[in-house]
Design a protein around this ligand. Structure first.
Ligand SMILES: [Cu+2]
Length: 507
């Protein structure tokens, strides 16, 4: 029994010793792992530091290397007077945020390295630090105040409306799905009134045709602007939200249905000048179409553009319009070629509320044309002419002297041109003319001749009543004997039914 107890005791002792040796082995292993962990922490701290330096370095180098892709740099310089203000605002913001970016990233990676886990070190517990909180609230507050005030001052300058008596042109842009409809005021400088209820396919802007301000307004395909002249753009939308965006001029304004907005700006560089600047950049010295050996360079083909900067639907991208900034002379020449939308598209149609009435603009343009023809006929140019050429020059049609069908009653509108003719005859007291009436060849020739004679007599009587001596006016009815055009078509016959006069002498 005693032997058994002693044996078991020895066995227990052996087991205890074995376990103790195992424990110290485990302890040694744990110590080794700690060393490994510490080594890893040191290594990762260093990698953090290297990565931080690399990241900040890359940001600075790339910002410099690709600066030409930023607004206000390289080929993206502004082409308007206020554009430089906005660009400098972006630069100031970029400077401050850049400083903050670099400093916070230095701190971030430095701290990751400096405060890596080290055996025996213990984190300090800070519940509160007034100084720190004052510093990180005050500095951003001061910087933000500075940025906001600078921005507000710039905003007030850029968004200022035209002042009373300011020399400017006013145009209008209406956004709809999917295009910009442009309108210019024409010679009177006034954009006529609009009423959305009048919008039809024929009247896309709902212009009110009883408003004379609309008579000379025109709708061009391209936006032309004279350089150095202030432009006020009225901006409106017809359906959904659009945005009038001229990136090169730093112009961007929402087009809101039912709520007119505007933007005032002054283009400072013509399209040609901007192209010349782009020429200095290699990215613009590539052929526009590389497959075409004749292709022009990108800078030569450059154009300013108007876009829509509001995602307004599936064809949003197609709201592009070309913008051309030109010299005043080129602008005037372009203006002279534009046709009034009303006079070219609406005038005389059933939708024209002025149908059958002469407009003041028409009366004065008829007067100018008549005066010009008479002056041309009276001035001796010195160029020798054949008798036929001379007859053509000295025979002047009175297109706006008309009669009611088949009778010798003048239409009410005929008075305007007849008054103009009376004025000319009173201005040139020596002028002797032959007034002739002509018909087409429809009907009895003798009856036509009588009718044309009666009509010429009516014209003569009208002029005599206006103080022109009857001896200077010879009234003749030619019937259909002197057609001006063919009698086989309606248009030709219409040209043949006419009243004209021929200058006989001016001595
Ligand atoms: Cu749009």
């Amino acid at each position: 029994m005693t032997a058994l107890i002693i044996g078991l005791s020895i066995l227990l002792l052996v087991i205890v010793m074995l376990q103790i040796s195992k424990l110290s082995e485990m302890y040694a292993r744990i110590r080794g792992e700690e060393e490994v962990e510490e080594r890893t922490n040191r290594g990762q701290g260093r990698i953090m530091l290297l990565f931080g330096i690399g990241l900040i370095g890359f940001c600075i180098v790339s910002a410099y290397a690709w600066k030409n892709y930023m607004m206000g740099y390289g080929p993206h310089k502004s082409a308007s007077a206020h554009g430089a203000t906005l660009d400098s605002l972006f630069n100031v913001t970029l400077l401050f945020t850049g400083i903050v970016f670099v400093l916070t990233h230095i701190a971030l990676f430095y701290f990751a390295w400096r405060y890596k886990k080290v055996k025996g070190s213990k984190a300090t517990h800070w519940a509160h630090n007034n100084t720190l909180e004052v510093v990180w609230s005050a500095i951003p507050a001061v910087v933000m105040t500075f940025l906001v005030i600078k921005g507000l001052l710039a905003w007030n300058t850029v968004m200022a409306d035209v002042a009373e008596g300011d020399d400017h042109i006013e145009i209008e842009a209406t956004g709809y799905q999917f295009a910009w409809h442009l309108r210019y005021p024409g010679a009177d400088g006034v954009l006529g009134s609009r009423d959305y209820k009048q919008i039809t396919a024929e009247n896309p802007l709902g212009q009110v045709w009883t408003d004379p301000g609309n008579f000379d307004d025109f709708h061009p395909d391209e936006l032309w602007l004279p350089v150095g002249k202030k432009v006020r753009v009225r901006i409106i939308a017809r359906d959904v939200l659009h945005n009038f965006y001229l990136p090169h001029f730093r112009v961007k304004m929402d087009a809101v249905p039912g709520l007119p907005t505007y933007f005032v700006f002054t283009p400072e560089k013509t399209t040609e000048q901007y192209r010349d600047e782009l020429r200095n950049y290699p990215e613009y010295n590539k052929p526009k179409d590389p497959s075409d050996p004749e292709s022009k360079m990108l800078w030569e083909e450059f154009n300013y553009e108007l876009a829509c900067a509001e995602l307004c639907g599936k064809s949003h991208y197609s709201m592009r319009r070309i913008v051309r900034v030109v010299t005043q002379e080129e602008y005037d020449a372009w203006l002279a070629k534009q046709q009034s939308y009303y006079l070219s598209t609406i005038r005389g149609k059933d939708s024209d509320p002025n149908k059958g009435k002469l407009l003041d603009v028409e009366i004065s343009s008829h007067r100018e044309a008549l005066n010009l023809s008479v002056e041309k006929a009276l001035v001796d140019s010195g160029v020798p002419m054949t008798p036929a050429e001379e007859a053509t020059l000295k025979t002047i049609r009175l297109d706006y002297v008309q009669f009611e069908t088949a009778v010798n009653t003048l239409t009410a509108e005929s008075q305007y041109q007849l008054n103009d003719l009376a004025e000319i005859l009173n201005k040139y007291p020596q002028l002797v003319i032959e007034i002739s009436g002509h018909t087409d060849n429809i009907g009895d020739p003798a009856a036509n001749r009588t009718l044309s004679q009666q009509r010429a007599d009516v014209v003569k009587a009208y002029l005599v009543a206006k103080g022109v001596g009857g001896g200077r006016l010879n009234a003749v009815g030619y019937g259909s004997t002197k057609p001006a055009d063919t009698n086989d078509t309606d248009a030709g016959r219409q040209k043949n039914r006419r009243t004209e006069f021929r200058i006989i002498s001016n001595k």
